[in-house]
Design a binder for this molecule. Structure first.
Ligand SMILES: [Zn+2]
Length: 158
């Protein structure tokens, strides 16, 4: 079997300065369509991690708020390490534009009421008991205070 190199695992997680947005890679299809994959890092690797309830509610709310702000949005899913999300979208975008879209989404999250969180019923979610809007909002405030950088190594915040 050929050696498989997964870009995300070649990143030196001790060198980055979260919160940041980073383009991981792009993939092109046989018709020339491009899909891009971003590292949306919300907290510092190996120093902090977002609890599952808060992460889960952030996931539902990013689906609501990030989607209309990122042209060609496909999906935004949590990392298993709970320090951030993968954002997938059609075409390649400037990480600075993604950082601005994330900032605006977090500002919306801070103002959101429980009734506005999508997909929180048993019928709509795989673990509807494990949500924390309080936690999502506390983390959103913390991330906004630190500022979102469009460079993973140097603080260039939007
Ligand atoms: Zn869910």
């Amino acid at each position: 079997m050929p050696e498989i190199i997964i870009e995300s695992f070649t990143l030196d997680h001790t060198k980055v300065q979260a919160p940041y947005v980073r383009l991981i890679d792009t993939e092109s299809g046989e018709h020339g369509d491009i899909i891009s994959n971003y590292d949306v890092r919300l907290c510092q690797p190996n120093q902090e991690e977002i609890p599952t309830g808060a992460m889960h509610t952030l996931e539902h709310l990013l689906a609501l708020y990030l989607r209309p702000r990122v042209p060609g949005y496909i999906d935004c899913s949590p990392f298993g390490c709970r320090t951030g999300f993968h954002l997938l979208c059609w075409k390649e975008h400037d990480p600075q534009d993604i950082a601005v879209a994330l900032k605006e989404s977090l500002q919306e999250i801070v103002k959101t009421t429980w009734e506005q969180v999508p997909g929180t019923k048993e019928k709509e979610c795989g673990n509807y008991r494990d949500h924390s809007l309080f936690g999502a909002q506390e983390w959103a405030k913390k991330i906004l205070e630190k500022g979102i950088s469009y460079d993973p190594y140097e603080r260039k915040t939007v």
